[in-house]
Ligand binder design. Structure first.
Ligand code: PHE
Length: 339
């Protein structure tokens, strides 16, 4: 009997059809209620026990192959006989489109914009390829000033005056050149530094610059604004302003947020201190205001620059900054549920 089944198997393999009727006849013959397979299944109980195993295997094989054949032939017949109308068969279900996810940098950037828009800051942007004036000179960093070395710069070889901006502070200058106070603006964007790439630093990253210029703006306003920002952003309000130096602000400070040390990643990102430096800030130097044609006798202001990558790493527990630019879809897909 096994040989008979094997013959059927061969027949099934060879079978082809050009019409739906032929396929249907084939289906009934093998898979129908009174078809070949039901007969074999019925005969199964009379098969001697020692042959049951092999017999079972071949009839199952015959059943699978016959079912596959029917489906396959039906499919190919359908695709060959698509209605010749312009759009094909409009009743067919649509193909699902793969959905992307927002990048963590974009999520954090949008959050920062939202937080500052609530206290009256607008959004401004400037070019990534900058000139010396906007990136350095206007910011109180004249040529040969040693502080230019604080940020390793990518210059455009053929044009020594043109560079990739090293910070978003260049947008402060551009904005003040075009607007008189009161000014309340934040400027998110990409910045570039000629630094060795590691888990903690990259040759390009993202900053958000903040600038507030008006009459009687004080350091207390700066501190309060940063306090508001970190509370909204992290739900943590413990901050620290460490005295620092930037040529374009006086006094200047480094902004640290206390995150805590709950797990290994916090430990690594904060170098074991629980504190994370997220940016620099200070009162806009009067020279900078004057360079932008704003009267420093009448106006004062504060400015800050925070690193978006750092914040994203902290919020999403990303252990290596390089992950943010490798575009590995397995990494990116994890942010589907965020915002
Ligand atoms: N531009 C500084 C930096 O990139 C940060 C900063 C911005 C400091 C504004 C003070 C005021 O390090």
């Amino acid at each position: 009997m096994i040989d008979t089944i094997k013959e059927y198997l061969e027949e099934v393999e060879k079978f082809t059809a050009t019409s739906i009727e032929e396929i249907e006849r084939f289906r009934v013959k093998y898979l129908g209620k009174k078809g070949v397979l039901s007969e074999f299944f019925a005969a199964f109980k009379n098969v001697p026990t020692d042959q049951k195993k092999e017999f079972g295997q071949v009839i199952n094989q015959l059943k699978t192959r016959a079912t596959e054949k029917v489906n396959h032939l039906k499919d190919s017949l359908e695709t060959n006989s698509l209605p010749s109308g312009k759009y094909g068969d409009l009743t067919r279900p649509g193909e699902p489109l793969p959905l992307g996810a927002r990048h963590p940098i974009a999520i954090v950037k949008n959050q920062i914009i939202e937080i500052f828009s609530r206290i009256g800051f607008n959004v401004s942007e400037g070019p990534e390829i900058e000139d010396d004036w906007h990136n350095f000179s206007a910011l109180n960093l004249p040529e040969h000033h040693p502080a230019r070395d604080m940020q390793d710069t990518f210059f455009i070889q053929t044009h020594p005056d043109i560079l990739l901006r090293t910070h978003t502070s260049s947008v402060q200058v551009r904005y003040m050149e075009k607007h008189q106070p009161p000014i309340r603006t934040i400027s998110p964007g990409k910045v570039y530094r000629n630094e060795a790439i590691s888990a903690r630093s990259h040759c390009f990253f993202h900053q958000v610059e903040g600038l507030y210029v008006d009459r009687d703006v004080s350091f207390a306003d700066l501190k309060q604004t940063l306090q508001y920002f970190t509370t909204e952003m992290f739900g943590k309000s413990k901050i620290r302003l460490r005295p620092s130096y930037f040529p374009f602000t006086e006094p200047s400070a480094e902004l640290d947020v206390y995150w805590g040390l709950t797990n290994e990643i916090d430990y690594r990102i904060t170098k074991g201190t629980g504190w994370l430096e997220i940016g620099g800030c200070g009162m806009v130097d009067p020279n900078v205001l004057a360079n932008c044609k704003i009267d420093p006798e009448e106006y004062s202001g504060f400015a800050f620059g925070v690193g978006i990558d750092r914040i994203a790493m902290l919020l999403y527990q990303i252990p290596d900054i390089r992950m943010l630019s490798e575009n590995d879809v397995r990494f990116l897909e994890q942010f589907k549920s965020s915002l």
